[in-house]
Design a protein. Structure first.
Length: 257
């Protein structure tokens, strides 16, 4: 059962990566708070399924969006405002993972794709969301980084770089727009049982045991536990919180530092 917050009833919330995992859990959590939703994902069928789970097209709009494309992101934020008249909250969450290559083994194409989706995608979303929020006099944004945005593991150099970048970008935006009433924070999930992680475990079952040991709570997170943090950060209960990179990671970063 989610914590209930006042004030989401008349709010419009945009979520990227909403077809799966953490993004879908957050979309459903915002729907439970009574918000109207603008949902984006690469996967149209999955995004439309989230719309249905959230209560249908009366309360949620889906747009197939590649967050690394400025044209797509511009169309997304415009659609939010034309359909619902405003944009109050954004959860910029879409991302991709990639394990394997070390720095000297990584291809230029893989580096470019990782940075384009995980880092440029967050910047493009904020760029087009913030204009609307400035006109309205405020807003709240949460970006998805990772525990690997706060510390590092071997064999994920582009992912680590992209997620550290999200933390830096989040702090920069928080400082720039604080006086405009726009709060900007990040979540830094530890291993969370989304389809992305379940796929990675299937591909390489050997990662399971060491990964579990690295999380002091002794288990992996659930997408709804990330959603709880996101909704709180976007709620008025977090009115004095901005520029924060919140570890939601079962103690992973605390034990790594
Ligand atoms: P997920 O289940 O794979 O969900 C991510 C969603 O984003 C998928 O529906 C995916 O679509 C979509 N997506 C990928 N690239 C996109 C793009 N260019 N434009 C729009 N949508 C795109 O993964 P998740 O675990 O929920 O991850 C969500 C976020 O949390 C990511 O930023 C990830 O890096 C971060 N994170 C996750 C964990 C974890 O343990 N799960 C830990 C730390 C951080 P397709 O399926 O079609 O690609």
């Amino acid at each position: 059962m989610m914590t209930r917050y006042d004030g989401f009833g008349n709010k419009v919330v945009l979520v990227t990566g909403a077809g799966s995992g953490i993004g879908r859990a957050a979309a459903l959590a915002f729907a439970e708070q009574g918000a109207r939703l603008v949902l984006a994902d690469l996967d149209k069928a999955a995004g439309e399924e989230t719309v249905n789970l959230a209560g249908g097209t009366d309360v949620a709009l889906f747009l197939r969006t590649d967050v690394s494309s400025e044209a797509d992101v511009h169309a997304l934020t415009d659609a939010a405002v034309s359909r619902f008249g405003r944009l109050d909250v954004a959860f910029n969450n879409a991302g991709i993972a990639q394990a394997g290559p070390r720095v000297h083994e990584l291809s230029e194409a893989d580096w470019d794709r990782m940075i384009a989706v995980n880092l440029k995608g967050v910047w493009l979303c904020m760029k087009h969301e913030i204009g609307h929020m400035l006109e309205q006099g405020g807003g709240a944004i949460v970006n998805t980084s990772s525990s690997l945005g706060l510390t590092a593991l071997a064999n994920q150099p582009a992912y680590c770089a992209s997620k550290h970048g999200v933390v830096g970008l989040t702090k920069a935006a928080a400082v720039e727009y604080a006086t405009a009433g726009i709060r900007v924070n990040a979540i830094c999930p530890g291993m969370t049982l989304s389809p992305m992680v379940l796929r990675a475990m299937q591909d390489d079952p050997d990662v399971l045991e060491p990964a579990l040991r690295a999380h002091p709570l002794g288990r992996f997170g659930e997408p709804h536990e990330q959603a709880e943090a996101v909704v709180w950060l976007c709620s008025d209960a977090a009115s004095y919180v901005t520029g924060h990179a919140m570890a939601v990671d079962g103690g992973f970063v605390a034990s790594a530092m």
